[in-house]
Design a protein around this ligand. Sequence first.
Ligand SMILES: [Zn+2]
Length: 266
Amino acid sequence: MDECRFTLHQIEGYIATLYLLEYRDKVLLLDGGARRDAARVKIFFEQVLHRPLSDLKLMLVSHMHPDHAGGAPLLRRRSAIPIAAHYEIDRWYRGVSGAVQHIVDTVLGHYSARQQFGKLERAWYPRRLKPDFLLHDQDLLPLFSDWAAYQTPGHTLYDMVFYHPQEKLLYVGDLIIRVGDKIVLPFPTLFPELMTASLRHMAELPVRKLLLAHGGIIEVDASSSFFTDLLPQVGRCDYRSFRMIKPLCSLAPDVRSYRKSRINQD
Ligand SMILES: [Zn+2]
């Protein structure tokens, strides 16, 4: 079991929190952060871990938004560190409407950083991730087989979360976020039915600790109904400003075909 022992570190990124799992002989990065977070990771290795960046053996990307998929490609280009992500993640921003959505999301990312933290950093990033390892639901991670990937569509179609069963530790990406003292579903939740299924799926996992990209670490009672308690939030949006910009977040081809299929069903 020694090879499963790790120390958990947090890095505050441009918009999201990144997590590093430091093992004796290797390090795993939970989510790639925004473009400039690549430099934050490098500095953390030099100044806090006192280890070479070459010890970083794998980077995970939970979904294609700019605060999650911006930093990893830069680190890979400079230091040849491989990326693992959903096997279809590069479909998210495909085509002309996907390219437009990618631009809109990058601008909205800036807006959110400015509003929340008063920061403005360069955040442009490639709209195709080209992962080195393609992950399917419940795959064990390459080089870190004590971790498993789970598909959790809802926020986008290709979201993944990462689970460590021995420690009952779950990195949730943007499946849920913390706003003030409240746990809420992310904006946007583009696929409500799939979000419901994802929350039910996560409710089946014994979880002791949640790592949030937006909101830090939460300890949970393993027997609690944490995820199912969030089900009434699905399809609800309490913030008027979010409702107003929702059409701007619905341009990706998968959202348009999902909407069309729902209209045809009605
Ligand atoms: Zn997101």
